[in-house]
Write a protein that binds this ligand. Structure first.
Ligand code: MG
Length: 250
């Protein structure tokens, strides 16, 4: 199943995407809902970020092929950081290039959307707490990350967390092709099977630190090939079984 959040008739609605058709949902995708006998064509609606996280928890270096590219030692435990909820934008929205920075990078990532409050969840239990998976572009002001020595400013500007286009419930998050295209040319090309800590390990680890709430987003690091982006670029994060998240930089 692929859940979408969208705007139609000046209202925000939820639905299930089947091909090019959205079936309207009445209720809460995190809990009980009814599938209505009402349909929208994908082309006539505006897709929004598929959830509204209270927080976005991210991890640093997590792809074997990326660690090799950087010639870095593998971390013993994941390095975590956060992006604020105010950084979220949806498919088609513009990533705003901040005046404070002269170097933005894109980072294609697969992210989990939490379905139920999760604290101290074991690796084996994690799946019961996840609604599904989506694409996230972890936009980073690389110059500010280096200048500050910690990551909050570099990762937190408004629009720095493009999210979507759907929440896919039936994919194996640890075995999907993940790519980033900049202006149509392939820049990142890997598989989530290269993740050092897999999806369940990442979510379990973070749940040992903080309570995860419905709608929260956990993102899992980026494969090799992250590089800079300029105003006017079109960025596409494409993950097998989920879809393409496309945003321009402005
Ligand atoms: Mg990242």
């Amino acid at each position: 199943m692929k859940y979408v959040r969208f705007k139609a008739d000046s209202e925000i609605k939820y639905g299930i995407l089947e091909g090019e058709v959205i079936k309207l949902i009445d209720g809460n995708i995190m809990g009980d809902y009814r599938i209505m006998d009402e349909y929208y064509s994908l082309s006539e609606v505006n897709l929004l970020a598929p959830c509204q996280p209270g927080k976005i928890v991210c991890i640093g270096l997590n792809y074997l092929d990326h660690a090799k590219e950087l010639d870095m030692d593998l971390p013993e435990e994941p390095t975590i950081f956060m992006k604020p909820a105010t950084a979220v934008i949806g498919p088609g929205d513009v990533i705003e290039y901040p005046e404070m920075s002269n170097h933005l990078d894109y980072e294609a990532e697969i992210a989990a959307v939490i379905k139920e409050e999760a604290k101290n969840v074991t690796v084996e239990e994690v799946k019961d707490y996840i609604l599904g998976y989506t694409c996230l572009n972890d936009i980073t002001a690389r110059d500010l990350q280096e200048e500050d020595g910690q990551w909050t400013r570099a990762k937190s500007f408004d629009t720095f967390a493009p999210l979507g286009p759907v929440i896919a419930t039936e994919v194996d998050p640890n075995d999907l092709k993940i790519q980033l295209f900049k202006n149509g040319s392939l820049k990142q090309d890997s598989t989530t099977a290269q993740m050092i800590c897999d999806m369940e390990e990442v979510v379990s680890f973070i749940s040992q630190i903080m309570t995860l709430e419905p709608g929260d987003v956990i993102t899992t690091g980026t494969p090799p090939g992250t590089s800079s982006t300029e105003k006017g670029d079109k960025l596409e994060v494409k993950i097998e079984g989920i879809g393409s998240l496309i945003n321009s930089v402005g």
